[in-house]
Structures are given as structure tokens and as C-alpha cells.
Design a protein around this ligand. Structure first.
Ligand code: UDX
Ligand code: ADP
Length: 459
């Protein structure tokens, strides 16, 4: 007999994970009513904005999915407790940033939002509720969630599942609609069946993996650690290529042709950003240390250390090539998001690179098609301004390049691949440089237009 489908689901947290994930579930399961709740009223208002171009998360294709479902079986609301009370299944999709103070500061995940949302579920739920961990969490968090839920009023029952989300920003809709796998961890086979039945609306059975709770939680941390490790590995080799005359793009192609290695995630760049990689590795490091596995902790810690080094290295070599000083010089920063096709700047390599250049007294002209000025202000810790050590947002590459000594390509936005180099060089101060930290610009065209070019990993 087919497992019963939940009629109403609720997702706590309308962020980069909760919003797109629930939109796709609502789209694929018209028979399920989906409510996404958040305490942040401004964020909910943006999800309800009639202008789909103003959703709080930018993801290609998201506007169309939300446009189809919103008001049909997808609701965004701040009425957290009402939505929980009405739901058969509640997803926890709240933020879990790295702790900034106290025990484990700088490494452990801060679980205060998970704890708060679990307490709200314990209070507001009615009858039997399946609680699904969607946020990436330290292994064994489900134990804490279960304990909190168990402390609620008698008569309420809960099953806790782990269902980590593997979507990458910028390709969230594609990743959700056609996932490599869906992972469900838990110890209640009935609850697992109910969640699997939701995904079965569009995901083939053989891609729905079932594990115990701890394996599911740990698989997410491990997947991110492995992916990040590949990036630090190739970035380390890129630096080595630069001093030996090898070319990292050729090396990546050569090693990626080995089917055991594979060709993905071998692109050298300014280091990884995003909300997950650094946070998850540091969390893994913290947990390994906690269990006395010092060598394992030190091994993974180095992946983050190399990433930080790569970002400082790029800022440093810009300064070095520009005759050892950028004080009072204009530099165009191409891209501020942590990667293309997202407005997210969390842990963006641009932040560290820009901060280093501001520290050196540069005048930065930042161009990014999706990131807003207030966000850059928060990330750089200073408002837009003028004079040494200042930044401004520029509306186009041409305008950013006015009077600049260099362009620093930090985010691989598609439009930076189609720059009219001659027009740009004409407004720059000579000798003019392109520092391509992504290896994504048309280098031959840039050189032909008269730019000196440094590209990551090119010896
Ligand atoms: C990542 C994981 O891919 C995803 O499965 C998980 O759910 C969340 O974390 P995300 O951070 O959105 O997703 O983006 P991803 O595409 O993985 O890129 C992460 C960072 O690595 C970006 O800064 C990107 O520019 C960088 N990167 C990626 C490289 O520098 N080189 C590569 O070859 C690939
Ligand atoms: P992610 O990238 O994991 O989706 P975000 O920070 O984008 O993370 O989104 C998490 C969302 O969760 C935020 O919008 C935040 O306001 C919301 N949130 C955190 N705690 C609670 C809570 N207890 N109740 C409702 N919403 C919450």
C-alpha cells in the first residue's frame, strides 16, 4: 500500500534553502499545501512581492516556479505557530552559522536557531508531526532536536528525520528538479516512507537513499568537505603552476580525464565562498577534535587555511604587479557574489580581496549584476565613499574601468566573458592590467586590446 502523503507541510526558514526547496515541492506536488514561515517579516514580504523580479533570493528559474504555485499551494507567512499547528510535517531550514563566541567559537555551528525552532515546534505542533532537518547540521544534532521535542506536552508525538539539501546556489532549481540523490536518514520507517513519497512525485526511486540518522547528517558534511578539498587542492596546484611554467587549466583537463578523479570541481579560482563549505569543514574539525581525532582535524583544517591564503595571495599579487602600491589607485572589481548566478555574498572571496586592497589604500569600483550596495557595505564594514581606501558601486564594467589601473575579475558572471576590451582599455590608465582570478575572461582578446594579463594558475 502506498504510504500516506502529508496534506500540509510547513518549512521554518525562508532562506536560500527553504524558499527554493519548498517552491519546487509545491510545484511538483499540487496535492500538498506548503507554507514557508519566517520570523523576518521583510523577507516574507519580499517572497510575496507581486513583482517576481524582487524575490529575496535570486536563482535562475525560481521566479517561474514561485509564479506558478504562490497562492495555489504555496504560501509565505510570518504566522509560524499557526503553520506548524496545521502541518503533518515540518522542515527545519534555519541558519546554522559558525559560532562567534563562547565554546567552539570560530568552528562549531551555532545551533541557537535550530534549538529555537525546535522549541516552537514542540509548543505549537498538534497530533503526530514528522520533523525534518533540512539545514546542514553537526552530526548528532537530531539527538538534541528529539530531546527538545520530547519535552513537550503529552499527547504530541514526533518522528525526526534528516534530509540534507545538496542544492548549489545558482543552479538550485535544476538541482532540486533533477537531483543526483535525495538522502533520508531516520529510525522510523513509516516517517521515511512518507517523506520518500513526496520526492517520488518527481525523483526516481533508485535515487532516494535511506540511511540511519547519523550517516545522513555526516554525509552532508562529508560531501561539502570533499568538494571544498578539491578546490583547495587545485588552487594549491595553481600557485605551483604559476612558479613552474605549467598551466593549471591544462593540468585540470589532464587529471580530470581520469575517470577515477573526474572533471568537475577542478576550476582554480580565488578560493571557495558560500555559506556551506567553510562552515561545514570547521564544524567537522571541531567535532573531530572533540572526539580526540587531532590528525583528522588538522587534515581538514588545512583545506580552509589554504583557501584563506589563496584570497590574500591574490590581493597581494595585485599590489605587487602594480609596482608595489595601490594607494590612491582606482581598481575595478568585477563581481562581488561568491559565484555567478547568485546574489549571495556569504564568505565571498571578493570580501577578503577587497578588504586587503582597501587596507592598501585603493579606490575600488565594484560591479556586480545582482549584489546590492547595502550588502557590500555590510560585508566591507564601511559605506561607499571617496578617497584612499574607499569603494563605490559602478553600474557597468566600462564605468568601473574609468581611470583604473587594473580590472580584478573575482566572480565568473557570464557578462564578464563578453567585455569589449578595446572600449575598456581606452578609458583606463596605462599600463593597464587584467587580473583574472577565475580564469574565465577571453584572455587573448584582452591581451590583443593592450592589457597586461595575469591569470590564476598560468605560469
Ligand atoms: C555547495 C555544494 O555544492 C552544495 O552541494 C551544498 O548543498 C552547499 O554548498 P554552493 O556553496 O551553493 O554549494 O556552491 P558551489 O557551486 O559548490 O561553489 C562553492 C564555491 O566553490 C564557490 O565560491 C565557487 O566559485 C567555488 N568553486 C567551485 C571553485 O572555485 N572551483 C570549482 O571548480 C567549483
Ligand atoms: P539558508 O542558506 O540555510 O537557507 P538563510 O540564512 O538564508 O539560510 O535562511 C534562514 C532563515 O531562517 C532566515 O530567513 C531566518 O530569519 C529564519 N529563521 C531562523 N530562525 C527562525 C525561527 N526560529 N523561526 C522562523 N524563522 C527562523
Amino acid at each position: 500500500m502506498a504510504p500516506p502523503l502529508p496534506r500540509r507541510i510547513c518549512c521554518i526558514g525562508a532562506g536560500y534553502v527553504g524558499g527554493p526547496t519548498m517552491a519546487v515541492i509545491a510545484d511538483r506536488c499540487p496535492d500538498i499545501a506548503v507554507t514557508v514561515v519566517d520570523l523576518n517579516a521583510e523577507r516574507i514580504a519580499a517572497w510575496n512581492d507581486p513583482d517576481l523580479g524582487r524575490l529575496p533570493v535570486y536563482e535562475p528559474g525560481l521566479d517561474a516556479v514561485v509564479g506558478r504555485c504562490r497562492g495555489r499551494n504555496l504560501v509565505f507567512s510570518t504566522a509560524v505557530e499557526d503553520a506548524i499547528a496545521a502541518a503533518d510535517m515540518v522542515f527545519l531550514s534555519v541558519n546554522t552559522p559558525t559560532k562567534t563566541r563562547g565554546l567552539g567559537a570560530g568552528q562549531a555551528s551555532d545551533l541557537k536557531w535550530v534549538e529555537a525552532s525546535a522549541r516552537t515546534v514542540a509548543k505549537a505542533a498538534s497530533g503526530h508531526t514528522i520533523v525534518v532537518e533540512k539545514s546542514t547540521l553537526p552530526v548528532r544534532t537530531a539527538e538534541a532536536v528529539k530531546a527538545i521535542l520530547g519535552s513537550g506536552v503529552a499527547g504530541k508525538t514526533f518522528s525526526v528525520l534528516s534530509n540534507p539539501e545538496f542544492l548549489a546556489e545558482g543552479t538550485a532549481i535544476r538541482d532540486l528538479e533533477d537531483p543526483d540523490r535525495v538522502l533520508i536518514g531516520g529510525d522510523d520507517p513509516d516517517a521515511i516512507d512518507v517523506l520518500a513519497a513526496i520526492y517520488a512525485h518527481w525523483v526516481p526511486q533508485d535515487r532516494i537513499l535511506r540511511t540511519n540518522l547519523w550517516s545522513s547528517e555526516l554525509s552532508k558534511l562529508t560531501a561539502n568537505a570533499f568538494l571544498a578539498q578539491r578546490i583547495s587542492s587545485i588552487n594549491g596546484i595553481a600557485a605551483f603552476c604559476e612558479v613552474t611554467g605549467a598551466d593549471v587549466q591544462e593540468v585540470a583537463r589532464a587529471i580530470g580525464a581520469d575517470s577515477r578523479i573526474g572533471s568537475k570541481f577542478l576550476k582554480a579560482g580565488p578560493g571557495f565562498g558560500g555559506s556551506c563549505f567553510q562552515k561545514d569543514i570547521l564544524n567537522l574539525v571541531y567535532l573531530c577534535r572533540h572526539y580526540g581525532l587531532e590528525e583528522v582535524a588538522a587534515y581538514w583544517e588545512q583545506v580552509v587555511a589554504l583557501n584563506t591564503w589563496q584570497q590574500h595571495r591574490i590581493a597581494r599579487l595585485v599590489v605587487t604587479r602594480l609596482f608595489g602600491t595601490v594607494t590612491g589607485k582606482r581598481l575595478a572589481i568585477l563581481g562581488f557574489a561568491f559565484k555567478a548566478d547568485t546574489n549571495d555574498t556569504r564568505e565571498s572571496p571578493a570580501i577578503r580581496i577587497c578588504r586587503d586592497l582597501l587596507e592598501e589604500g585603493a579606490l575600488l569600483q565594484i560591479v556586480d549584476p545582482k549584489v546590492r550596495e547595502q550588502q557590500i557595505q555590510r560585508d566591507l564594514g564601511q559605506p561607499a565613499g571617496q578617497g584612499e581606501g574607499s569603494w563605490q558601486l559602478a553600474p557597468s564594467v566600462e564605468q568601473a574601468a574609468q581611470g583604473a589601473d587594473a580590472l580584478v575579475l573575482v566572480t565568473e558572471w557570464e557578462q564578464f566573458g563578453a567585455i569589449d576590451w578595446s572600449a575598456v582599455v581606452a578609458v583606463m590608465r596605462q599600463p593597464a592590467w587584467l587580473f583574472d582570478a577565475r580564469g574565465s575572461a577571453d584572455e587573448a582578446a584582452a591581451r590583443a586590446a593592450g592589457l597586461s594579463v595575469w591569470r590564476v594558475g598560468q605560469g
